[in-house]
Design a protein around this ligand. Structure first.
Ligand code: 8DG
Ligand code: MN
Ligand code: MN
Length: 373
């Protein structure tokens, strides 16, 4: 069917941080299959396989039109043998046999349900499955002790597995804005994560908070949390230092910041903002719930690190991973959400905007809406 003369060949750079990936995806049949296999690998703690499938999916997301034949994929990066077999299956048969089989497997279904509980990762889910726990009902009836996060996750399971809308994200933003303005006037709140990339739903809402005067942000998180807690906006919160990846990435954070509590994983109690009456449910005498639980991540950063934190918390996760890989492998630099270290010059490179960080890395600037790798 494909006319060789008009064969549409694609060309894509190797790192996701070199590409513009919008939310418009012309190859969802292919990327859904690869993403499902990536997710399954991650849930099975096969990180390498997971990344390989994620990278393959990201290449296809960046293509300007639909792929119709294997020949068009000639020369594209990140497409290993396994990913190519999956793609061929979808192109020839309309579906990936492996993806379909995985989706229907008891193990995958159980892993999905259990890791759908906030606070439950692949390891815990795997342990429970080996003990015969495959469903929420079985978990509730079991003698498993849950930690505080998992208990909250189980209590609010349905709410937390319902996507957060932009309206809800805005409402949460107003609350956070108000809290921050009350406890530290002049402090600034920025929406990050998927919503900053233009997504219209999310699994949570992410905010980055700073103050234009260095040092004024110290001790801010506990004050925000107290404000929210005293007004009944928090169903759960855990405030910690932000140590994600930094510990493995070598230099990235000045030791003087080690005692700063800067990250808060929380569950908000959000009063209803979506129009009512669309909610289905049994007709009963029970009073209708007038709020819903929403996952919210808060991060506080000193202004000197703000650009790094903004870049680091905007995502996507693969885009972030690829930025770090590019920095390390191509530039001999270490990038974290605190700093950029030039390993050749043995010094930190300053930046007060995301644009400057891309420039330090010799990358063309990619705006948030095009970081949807
Ligand atoms: P979603 O919520 O709409 O599903 O998508 P998202 O907003 O892209 O995903 P996310 O899980 O909320 O993550 C947003 C970004 O934050 C992502 O780039 C990864 C990054 N991130 C974490 N945890 C941590 C952490 O502990 N430290 C740092 N520096 N970044 C983190 O998710
Ligand atoms: Mn998010
Ligand atoms: Mn988040």
């Amino acid at each position: 069917q494909v006319n060789q003369a008009e064969l549409l060949l694609f060309s894509v750079p190797a790192y996701a941080c070199q590409r513009r990936t919008t939310l418009v995806n012309h190859n969802t049949a292919l990327t859904d299959a690869l993403s499902l296999l990536a997710e399954n690998a991650e849930l099975s703690e096969e990180e390498g396989r997971g990344v390989a499938f994620r990278r393959a999916a990201a290449v296809l997301k960046a293509l300007p039109s639909v792929v119709t034949s294997m020949a068009q994929l000639e020369g594209l990066p990140c497409l290993g043998g396994h990913s190519l077999r999956v793609i061929r299956d979808v192109l020839e048969n309309g579906a990936s046999h492996e993806a379909e089989t995985t989706k229907q497997s008891e193990r995958y279904k159980a892993l999905k349900v259990l890791t759908g509980i906030f606070g439950v990762g692949a390891k815990t889910a795997d342990r429970w499955i080996r003990e015969g726990i495959h469903t929420l009902q079985q978990l509730r009836e079991s003698a498993q002790t849950l930690n505080r996060a998992q208990q909250a996750g189980l209590d609010h399971y349905d709410d937390l597995n319902q996507p957060v809308s932009q309206t809800e994200a805005d409402a949460i933003g107003d609350i956070v804005q108000k809290a921050v303005a009350c406890v530290l006037p002049g402090a600034q709140v920025t929406l990050t994560g998927g919503f900053r990339r233009g997504k219209d739903t999310g699994h949570d809402v992410d905010f980055l908070i700073t103050h234009p005067e260095e040092g004024r942000e110290v001790g801010l998180m506990p004050k925000i949390v107290s404000w929210l807690e005293s007004r009944g906006f928090l169903l759960y919160q855990k405030t910690t230092r932000n140590s994600y990846l930094e510990s493995m990435d070598g230099p990235g954070r000045p030791a003087s910041n080690m005692d700063r509590f800067e990250r808060c994983l929380s569950i908000f109690k959000l009063p209803d903002v979506e129009p009512q009456g669309t909610k289905e449910g049994p007709i009963s005498a029970a009073p209708q719930k007038r709020w819903r639980a929403v996952r919210v991540d808060l991060v506080v950063s000193p202004i000197s690190q703000f650009a790094f934190a903004l870049l680091g918390w905007t995502g996507s996760k693969l885009f972030e991973r690829e930025l770090r890989r590019w920095a390390g492998h191509e530039k001999a630099m270490s990038l974290s959400s605190h700093a950029l270290h030039d390993n050749t010059q043995s010094r930190y490179l300053r930046a007060s905007s995301e644009e400057e960080i891309f420039a330090h890395l010799s990358l063309e600037y990619i705006p948030p809406s095009e970081r949807n790798a």
